[in-house]
Design a protein around this ligand. Structure first.
Ligand SMILES: Cc1cc2nc3c(=O)[nH]c(=O)nc-3n(C[C@H](O)[C@H](O)[C@H](O)COP(=O)(O)OP(=O)(O)OC[C@H]3O[C@@H](n4cnc5c(N)ncnc54)[C@H](O)[C@@H]3O)c2cc1C
Length: 385
């Protein structure tokens, strides 16, 4: 239907993810949200089900999956629990980074534990004083004999509630702004790491969002991942994929919400007929369906560009911005169509709405997507098709 080409093994992987979502996640997701903590056992089960290592090559224990298949796997999981899917893929992103670009020693130290989810990984850019303006980070990296000393604080980091393998971005020379930023692989089991209490949020606690501080944390030269100047560019490059799969997860949550709303609306009667027979309500859900279709097309176009190593910058921004805007409004419309019953927690719409709102900040807020698109307006209008 959307012309997404997958290999036979990728098709099988996506089918596995759909099965895992319905058989394992569906009966547990609500309870996990009520527990307000990360479902560690669920992450291990996902690993056992073969849903980790998507970003890692087969030679290093992964499945060597293409981006399109990864997107469909994450969509399948997010239909039930976006928070779970987001946590899982953040750990696997670190695994993939180490598998592809790491040293032999880094692979030995970290890879197996990340693939099994025995240890969780995270990418740490944001700080209490710097989010959208990433070049303003203050985590300091000072060169010392044989390595670096890191000092500072990170905030709003996915998986930080439990993760202890971090890709940390730190400033080596504040005068150089983004050109001074380098990235480091930090082992949270070493001296100098202090975890903050995880955040209490509106929802999405499976994401394990939290913070940590580093105090004279020694990082050996080997674990400098990107040199000053290169780290910022690398982060900007990888963010297109993240924006695209977040868009996919938003679409999945909207699709799940629409499914519940349509099912309810065909059964619930008012004024002598099913509420879906009332034009006002039917048109409201038809609007949701139309926007969902448009959003999927934007997302799959961006995904193909990411998969092909094309220039996905604008496509990913369009996809994430649009999926965020229509996702938040569309899920709310689906809740509205279900009357007061839409507010119950035994259906996932409230969880989806909270996660859609969280997604409007991750990997660049909606306003930052606008900044990106706005900066290209001259080029955009110069193109005729
Ligand atoms: C669930 C969750 C998971 C996250 N996971 C991670 C993670 O794993 N790693 C990580 O590093 N970070 C993570 N983040 C942090 C996320 O990247 C930041 O929240 C995001 O960059 C925005 O930063 P901020 O929240 O500090 O908002 P600010 O940057 O303080 O912005 C506040 C408001 O101003 C708007 N704004 C800012 N600048 C402009 C501008 N130029 N024009 C117009 N409006 C503007 C923003 O869009 C926002 O609405 C996560 C956040 C959430 C909610």
């Amino acid at each position: 239907m959307y012309d997404i080409k997958l290999s036979a093994s990728e098709e099988a992987l996506v089918a596995k993810a759909r099965y895992f979502a319905t058989s394992y996640l569906t009966p547990r997701a609500e309870q996990w949200e009520n527990d307000r903590k990360m479902p560690r056992e669920g992450l291990r089960e996902a690993a056992k089900a073969g849903l980790t290592g998507l970003d890692s090559p087969i030679a290093h224990g992964g499945s060597g999956t293409g981006f399109n298949a990864k997107l469909l796997v994450l969509e399948a999981l997010a239909e039930v629990d976006m928070a779970f899917a987001f946590s899982l893929t953040n750990t696997q992103g670190i695994a993939g980074r180490i598998a592809m670009d790491g040293t032999e020693s880094q692979r030995e130290r970290f890879l197996a534990d990340l693939l099994s989810t025995e240890r969780l990984g995270a990418t740490a850019l944001t700080e209490p004083g710097a989010g959208s303006d990433f070049s303003a980070i203050q985590m300091n990296a000072k060169k010392v004999n044989g390595g670096w000393l890191l000092n500072g604080e990170k905030a709003w980091i996915t998986n930080a509630a439990e993760a202890d393998i971090f890709l940390v971005y730190a400033q080596t020379d504040p005068a150089k702004r983004w050109r001074g930023i380098a990235s480091f692989l930090v082992d949270g089991r070493q001296q100098g790491f202090t975890r903050a209490a995880p955040y209490e949020l509106l929802g999405g606690h499976a994401i394990g969002t939290g913070g940590f501080s580093l105090t004279d944390m020694f990082v050996p030269d080997e674990d400098l991942i990107a040199q000053p100047g290169d780290a910022f560019k690398a982060a900007m490059l990888s963010i297109n994929g993240a924006r695209t799969y977040v868009a996919g997860m938003l679409n999945a949550m909207l699709h799940a919400s629409l499914f519940h709303a349509v099912d309810y609306a065909t059964k619930r009667q008012t004024f002598g007929k099913a509420i879906i027979e009332h034009q006002g309500l039917k048109w409201s859900l038809a609007d949701v369906a139309t926007k969902l279709e448009a959003s999927r097309l934007l997302t799959y176009r961006a995904a193909q560009l990411v998969q092909d190593d094309g220039d996905a910058m604008l496509a990913a921004s369009y996809a994430k911005k649009f999926a965020g805007d229509i996702g938040i409004q569309g899920i709310a419309d689906c809740i509205q169509a279900m009357g007061a019953n839409g507010m119950r927690t035994n259906i996932p719409l409230g969880r989806h709405l909270a996660c859609a709102k969280l997604a409007s900040y991750t990997d660049g807020s909606t306003e930052i997507q606008n900044e990106r698109i706005g900066a290209s307006l001259t080029d955009i209008v110069a193109k005729t098709v």
